[in-house]
Design a protein around this ligand. Structure first.
Ligand code: FES
Ligand SMILES: [Fe+2]
Length: 482
């Protein structure tokens, strides 16, 4: 068994489950799902307690199911209430297993494991699927591959360039650097593409042609879901990889529930916060997304067949695979290779210096981001404020030069800060033909806070080393940087 127990898994879309039972094997267990008259969902082991005929083949009687073979009547609590020979008393304890279920974020979730441990608070947080101001729809595919191959696929979007070259593939995606961040059990693979031309889809969604910051954040949620946060916002808004709500945003939603060791129920969709009333858009997008996923399914099923046909070969991991190799729970064994469980390993990556440096970098970045999050400033914005504070007559050209930016990008940055009332512009005191920037009172106060956050961060980092180690470290870092 390669899946994790004592977790919530998506069993079905909420709309799939109705009065007539449906049968679905979830994490290797045959389950029957139906709704009672009060619309609550029943999830029951799909095997008659008598001779194990699937109960889902039976007849509904109110909220009960009568077995199609010898007519045992089973209530929604799993207990048999009538024997095949109606006059016979029902033995105590004759019942089918029930599974805890929760309906949330448009899905029916099922607890696979010990029922007494089921805590609804542990349902993965698919908030965009049910938040006000958002809309969400999607579909379902059964895929003939190990669910972990799908997680690999979704945590590494570099495949878009090749698998989806006829649809959504874009070379810019492989050109933007990625960063992997581990937060508790969750893994994030983040791409931030600052100050770029928006691709047509996002330009139309944003209804603006200006430069944008674009992001793609693949978010692994245990045990087996991936939410991909995508979108763009105008450069002037000064959004950050940690906080980006000024533009248009969507979440590609992927919930993979293992059916068997080598087949998966794939629930997919898109939640978005723009044009949410436009049902035509929703339908068109769903059809398009379905076609894109068909391209993945072709590749994944072929990959699974190839893994099966090459049992003597190893799967290798490169830096692009870091997001999936660090997803904690689905690494009980090599994906695609059934129940061989073994130690968690990253194959060739285990001794990779670059990986270890990037991991250290992620930790530093995370600490920095955490201490900066409340300020709502990017590092570049802090630099601009800092330079302005230190040089009271700083002009546009000086700022662009000092920050190694072109003037248009520097101006976009300044606009964002002006809009927030942190910077103002007026003629230079030295050369009246030039316009100089000045910190406002609010700008000076926020800069002071930012400096303090930087000091805390610096102390945290430096506190890990002795003075001698620090000077060696600085020398070594300079060698890499050169
Ligand atoms: S198998 Fe169900 S009643 Fe006999
Ligand atoms: Fe894909």
């Amino acid at each position: 068994m390669t899946w994790v127990r004592n977790r919530w898994y998506v069993a079905a879309w909420d709309a799939e489950v109705d009065r007539t039972p449906i049968a679905r094997t979830l994490c290797g267990e045959p389950v029957m799902l139906y709704r009672k008259l009060d619309r609550s969902v029943v999830a029951m082991r799909d095997a008659c307690p008598h001779r194990l005929l699937p109960l889902s083949m039976g007849f509904k009687e109110g909220d009960s199911v009568r077995c199609r073979y010898h007519g045992l009547l089973v209530g929604p609590d799993g207990h048999a209430t009538q024997m095949p020979i109606k006059t016979e008393p029902v033995p105590k304890g004759l019942c089918a297993t029930l599974y805890p279920v929760v309906e949330k974020h448009r899905f029916v979730w099922i607890w696979i494991g010990e029922a007494e441990k089921a805590d609804p608070a542990l349902v993965p947080d698919f908030w965009p699927c049910s938040a006000p101001g958002w809309t969400f729809d999607g579909g379902y595919n059964r895929v003939e591959c190990d669910y972990r191959l799908m997680i690999d696929n979704l945590m590494d979007l570099s495949h878009e360039t090749w698998v989806h070259q006829g649809s959504i593939g874009q070379h810019e995606i492989t050109e933007a650097p990625i960063e992997t961040v581990v937060e508790g059990e969750q893994v994030l693979v983040r791409r931030w593409m600052p100050g770029i031309e928006p691709p047509p889809f996002w330009r139309d969604a944003l209804r603006s042609t200006g430069l944008v910051d674009r992001w793609q954040v693949c978010h692994f949620l245990p045990p087996s879901s991936v939410l991909i946060d995508v979108g763009v916002s105008p450069v002037e808004a000064g959004d950050t990889i940690e906080r980006h709500d000024s533009g248009v945003r969507g979440f590609v939603v992927d919930a993979m529930t293992p059916e068997t060791e080598s087949s998966t129920h794939y629930f997919w969709g898109m939640a978005r916060n723009f044009d949410i009333e436009d049902s035509g858009f929703t339908a068109r997008f769903k059809a398009q997304q379905g076609r894109v996923f068909d391209e993945d399914v072709d590749v994944l099923e072929a990959q699974q067949r190839s893994i099966d046909a090459n049992p003597d070969m190893k799967l290798r991991g490169y830096s692009i695979d870091e997001g999936s190799t660090r997803a904690p729970d689905h690494r009980a064994a090599e994906p695609g290779r059934g129940g061989v469980s073994g130690p968690i390993g990253r194959g060739d990556l285990d001794h990779n210096l670059g990986l270890r440096l990037r991991r250290a970098h992620s930790a530093v970045q995370r600490h920095f981001a955490e201490h900066f999050a409340d300020l709502g400033l990017t590092q570049k914005q802090v630099s601009a404020l800092w330079l302005t504070g230190d040089h009271p007559d700083l002009a546009q050209r000086d700022l662009a030069q000092a920050m190694d930016m072109d003037r248009a990008t520097a101006m976009a940055l300044v606009h964002g800060l002006e809009k927030r009332g942190l910077l103002s512009r007026s003629p230079s005191a030295i050369d009246g033909r030039r316009i100089a920037f000045r910190l406002t009172q609010a700008g000076a106060a926020l800069l002071a806070e930012a400096k303090q956050a930087i000091a805390v961060h610096e102390a945290w980092l430096k506190g890990r080393f002795t003075a001698a180690e620090l000077s060696t470290l600085e020398e070594m870092l300079a060698r890499i940087y050169r």
